[in-house]
Design a binder for this molecule. Sequence first.
Ligand code: BTN
Length: 250
Amino acid sequence: MNFTIFNFDFIDSTNTHALKEAKLGADEGVCIIARQQTAGRGRHGRTWISDKDSGLYFSTVLRPGLEMRFLPLITLMAGVAVHDTLAEIGLKPDIKWVNDVLIDGKKICGILAETVDTSKGLAVIVGIGINLKSSNFPPEISDIATSIKDITGRSLTNTEISVILTRFLGYFYEVLSHETGPETIRDEWCKRSTYANGKSVRIVLENERITGVTDGLEENGALRLKTLDGGVKIIQAGDVEQLRQFEKNK
Ligand code: BTN
């Protein structure tokens, strides 16, 4: 896939802009990158802090030919691409289901995939935020988030990191598009995530918390969770929290 990059000094949200462009007919591979976002969005309506030159704020338009049931795998595919991007610059990332990339348990990247109906068919916007530096983190996230600068001491620019990211995104999107792509992407994701199997976690849903041990992925990328009563719950959405030792038997 060819990426066409549009760079902005600042923008409300690269995802919001890419959604608008997709509705206007933007081709697959159109990418929006901004040095700053004034209304960066995270999952569940949260804000994504997006100070100037502190992160890569990136969104791309995809027009996948995938079966609908496999669309959630696009988020996993993007997680794999981010993982390998960070590994290439010497980091040791982990992927927490479904879309957080962590270094030493701290979040360095979030992914927000959104779908939109357009006159050219369904488009998926994949938004990726990678923390380049942490100096502007507010106190409430400085303990749970990290950045490339924090870990390596290196000040990478958003252009440097986006060159690597688009290479891996292009590669793994191609993989996903093949007949056996969904299975391959699930396998590749599981190889890169300590959360895929045997991890004690708590799933936080809107009105419920479920504790259990992870047990691989469903066909569409949903998380399988063995619960304390011996059953298996299929988690389609929700935040995953790792349980500490003393919490496991609660
Ligand atoms: C999350 O972990 O909650 C997802 C965060 C996604 C943030 C990125 S930054 C680029 C793109 N534009 C946005 O407004 N959000 C995504």
